[in-house]
Design a protein around this ligand. Structure first.
Ligand code: ADP
Length: 415
């Protein structure tokens, strides 16, 4: 049960101590151990919050077999669309009932403020499950009359067994984007969550069983990318693979698909987005959006606005405004009621961000704020909003995806 403070918001720290998520693999409707166990280290303070079972090729094999069996006997695909809809909507409602638990698991495993996970990620999970739930009995086959004496028939079929590999930056939002549509049309699935953020996915899967997902329709195998991820991407009996992650891993996943059964593979990869600001913009609004698009989720987003390309006549105004926002967006404990920014997912990611900033500054740019880890005594991983001015467009900071709260500023004089 959630402890609530006088202000009506949950006491996230108390909830973090009491929340409990499954730690085994979900295969064929049963929870089972894997080939090893792996610690889940919280970036809040470096503490091990849980040990989860890890699967390798054997567990992926078992999960794919369970998914295949559940698909072939049509225990899910053969259910009426209305019944599938009921399950997905029940699942959405359960996710909302347990949204505080799921939000605090986000904070514990990947460091985003629990308040933000509750408000943004859980809303996305709820809406995604509901939207696709509703689509089950509305987006159906069609029989359009194409001439006076002819009808065409469009029959939609589930693809079969879907493998899903997800990243840690939006552990459940992205999982829901993959799970909900695949299940809505009757596919069976194997989900491989990111090794940093397995707990929220396991918890959500448990709620799926409670909502009435038949055994074997959704299987969850934690594990490393190199073993479990690769085994799923190269499995000969997976029909479709959906992947969100880094561009380098995307290449590996496509290669694994090509080397195995040429499964249809869908990728959502990295980015290096730019906000371009012209002098006639509403400068206050522009500065707010520039800051939000790189500081939100500590910049750990493929869609982050990691470059600011600003007309030289308004650069000082915009940069000053973004600096002021940076000042009040300093990272804090993600369990605090009002943390404006949380932790970086792991010490490895923190080192990667700091390494790129340090090396990048040798190449080009002037550091205006940030630039080294903060809250070091916490034992966790925290990086402050960092702004680098006068970055040459062909230099490292303008070209490399950093996946942290680091903004590279360059100017232009005409279109
Ligand atoms: P990051 O480096 O930020 O963790 P990745 O793209 O490596 O980003 O990770 C995204 C997901 O891809 C994670 O679930 C990870 O375990 C998985 N993954 C990593 N390497 C591979 C691989 N070779 N094959 C399949 N999946 C992988």
């Amino acid at each position: 049960m959630t402890t609530t403070s006088a202000s009506g918001t949950p006491d996230w720290a108390a909830l973090a101590d009491s929340v409990s998520a499954p730690t085994d693999l979900l295969i064929g409707g049963a929870w089972r151990g894997g080939s090893a166990r792996m610690p889940v280290v919280s970036p809040i303070d470096g503490r091990v919050v849980s040990e989860v079972a890890v699967g390798g090729a054997a567990e992926i094999d078992a999960a794919v077999a369970a998914a295949r069996a559940s698909f072939e006997d049509r225990r899910w695909a053969g259910m009426s669309p209305m019944d599938r809809k009921d399950v997905l909507i029940r699942w959405a409602n359960l996710a909302m009932e347990h949204a505080d638990d799921l939000a605090v698991l986000h904070a514990l495993e990947m460091g985003k403020p629990a308040r933000e996970a509750r408000a943004v990620d859980m809303r996305a999970v709820y809406r995604t499950l509901r939207w696709y739930g509703e689509a089950c009995d509305k987006v159906l086959d069609e029989m359009p009359k194409v001439a006076d004496d002819a009808w065409a028939m469009i029959e939609r079929e589930p693809a079969g067994v879907v493998g899903a590999i997800t990243p840690w930056n939006f552990p459940l939002t992205i999982a829901a984007w993959k799970i909900a549509p695949a299940l809505a049309v009757g596919c069976s699935m194997v989900l491989k969550p990111a090794e940093n953020s397995p707990l929220s996915a396991l918890y959500l899967a448990q709620l799926g069983l409670e909502a009435g997902l038949p055994e074997g329709v959704l299987n969850v195998v934690n594990g490393t990318g190199a073993e479990a991820g690769h085994a799923l991407a190269s499995h000969g009996d997976v029909d479709v693979l959906t992947f969100t992650g880094s561009t380098a891993t995307g290449r590996a996943v496509v290669a694994a698909s090509a080397a195995s059964n040429l499964k249809r593979t869908w990728l959502e990869l990295g980015g290096k987005g730019a906000n371009v600001v012209f002098p006639d913009a509403d400068l206050d609004k522009a500065a707010t959006m520039v800051a939000w698009s790189i500081f939100y989720n500590a910049g750990q987003m493929c869609s982050a606005g990691s470059r600011l390309i600003v007309h030289e006549s308004v650069k000082d105004v915009i940069v000053d405004a973004v600096l002021r926002i940076a000042e009040r967006t300093q990272p804090d404990n993600p369990l605090a009621a009002d943390a404006p920014m949380g932790a970086i997912v792991s010490s490895r990611q923190l080192d990667s961000i700091h390494g790129i900033v340090t090396e990048g500054l040798r190449d080009s740019g002037t550091l205006l704020t940030g630039g080294s880890p903060v809250r070091v005594d916490s034992g966790g991983s925290y990086y402050p909003p960092t702004i680098v001015d006068d970055v040459r467009p062909d230099s490292m900071l303008a070209q490399r995806e950093i996946f942290g709260p680091v903004l590279a500023v360059s100017t232009f004089t005409d279109e």
